[in-house]
Every structure is written in structure tokens, then in C-alpha cells.
Design a protein around this ligand. Sequence first.
Ligand code: CP
Length: 372
Amino acid sequence: MTSLQGRDFLALEDFTPEEIVYLLDLAHDVKLERYEGVDQRRYNGKNLLMLFEMGSTRTRCAFETSGCDLGMGTTYLSNSHFGKKETVKDSMRVFSSMYAAVAYRGPSHAHALEMAESCSVPFINGYTDHQHPTQMLADAMTLQELWGRDGLAGRTLCFIGRGGEVNSFSYAVMCAMLGMNFVYVTSFMEFEEALSRLSSAQREMYRQYVPEGALPNHWEARMPAAKREIVDELYARHHPECSFVETDDLDAVKGVDVFATENWGFFTDPAPTWLPGIVRFRPYQVNRELLERTGNPDIVVLHMLPATHNCDHEAGKELANIVASEDPELAEFLRKGFEVTDEVFESQASVIFREAENRQHTIKAVLRAVLG
Ligand code: CP
């Protein structure tokens, strides 16, 4: 019988495929319990710490509501002495004396591993630069709801757009563990090429923010070689019958069963710095034409959120107004959506809000499993 009691939850590849399926089974059970109004408070008197060094909406809310549903006291800690006035080890010793589990979000997985090492209660990864494993459970659960418990095997998931370091890898690992083919479709365009496609006025605008020789933030798109190696090894170990492809060729979307995408990450930077990235990723937008290109009438669309499906962002509107006279087509694009159009976001193909809800049920399942 599977038991994950006392285990950390740092990355999917730390578990066997059977253990991941066990967590998914538990997530379906806890979802049903919640819908049936079953009292889930089995951890009265225990506490859950959410130690978040980066912003979050869904992950934080999912941990907090799951903790509450399970009868736990919860603390959200985002501004403390942690990482400043005392050693990680000392902080973790204190947390371990007060909490039954620690959920963490932060920029460094190496740091998370160090913390987990000093933590004597289960330590759960709510996103680091290695992986977003609780998100992957929610996505797998959502697909199981559509296709059945054993319905993922042999299907093809396409992650399209800017995957960056974390999410293309996260989906690849999920697919390798659960027997799905994985296609990562992203731009291989070099920076100079993207820059050369801007008008001289756009280039000038861009150069006011990013000096010669520097790349804009969020430029990385391809999966790092070290992560590709982990994925290759996982496929070889668990599902050698499945395939893993990374390409910039949009023809690769033919026949896929599900798209996943994520926001291009521009919004924390000044709008003119987005221009080369927009040139680069525009062909990879999830829109009606892309869905038709799959030839699959039952295509499904996932998005972990937050999404830029309509540009209700002031900086986007401002940039659109600036470029409108010389490049009305770009202005039109900037006023709509980036990685996904509003039309697709709101379409029958989209299961995005079910996916978001399942963050709660899967995180609750992880808590139940590691707390025992
Ligand atoms: N999908 C996701 O992790 O959302 P948050 O960043 O809002 O937690």
C-alpha cells in the first residue's frame, strides 16, 4: 500500500509514477468529499506555514484554503527575518517546532533543498526555478477528469510559447511520468533577428531601456540542456515508448491532444522592452488558427494563469497607442491578447478555470498524503 507520510514534495521525479497516480486518486477523492460537504477537518491542532518569497495568487490561496478545510491553522509569511538576520537552519528549526508542514515558493531550488534538509516536517515546493510540481498535479487531474483515470497514456501534450526555465520542464516531467508524448514548440529566433524586424522608431524606444549588448529579461525560451537530460532519462526509465520533441516548427502541433501555455512574463518590465519578445513569440500564440492546425476537434487548452488574454494592462495600451500610427497591426495585437486570445481563453476547448480550481484539490491531496 502506498504511503507518502513524512515525505517532502520537491519535484515529481522524486516519486514513482505509481505514487503520482496515488496523489491524483487522492485528489479526486478530496474533490468529491468537498462537493458532497464532507467534513475534512482531520488535522485540528496542527498548523501549516506558507513561506513565500515570490508573489502568488492561486498557489497561496490553494494552500491556505486546503489547510483551513483540513482544520489546520495557517500562517502566510512573506516578510520576516528569514534569509536575513538568521541562518536558514535556525529558521527551519523554529518552523519545524510550530508547524506540521511547510509550503515554500522562492526563486532558488538549491535554496529550497537546503531548507528542506533542515526541516524536520514535510516541505512542499510551491514553485522554484527547478519545477512547479503542485501545478502539474492540478493539470494532470484536469486531464484525467476529461479523459478518465487511465486516459492520459499515449496522448500528446504540446507546451507552446515561452516556456522559460521552469514550466516547459515541469510539463515534460509530468508527461514522462504519466506516459504522455511531449512537444515543446517555441521560438529559436536569435535576438539580433528579432531586433532587425523592429522599425527604427521601435528600436530606438527599446534602446532607451536595454543597452547595447544586453538581452531583455525573459528572453530565454529553450529548455536548458541539464533539464533536457533529466527528461530524457525519465522517459527512458518510465516510458520509452513515448516521444519528447523540442522544435520551433508549428507543424509539430498536428495531432496534439492538449495545448498548455503560459504568459510571456513581460509585464514586470517597461512596455518598450517587450518588443523583440513579441516579434519572437507572436507566431506561437494560442489562437483559433492554431487550434484548427492540430486537426483535432477535441483539442483542450490549459493555462496555469495568470494569463494575458486581453490586454487590459495600462502599459500595453500605452505601447499600443505609441506604435499605432506606424504599425497598426502591432497595435491591434497589443490591445488583444499575447500568449492566448480571449476567444480561445473563453472557448469550449478551455479548461483553464477547472485547472485553477484543481490547484486546491491536488494541494490538499499532497497535504493529506505527507501528513498521513
Ligand atoms: N499558477 C500559479 O502558480 O499561479 P500563482 O502564481 O498565482 O500562484
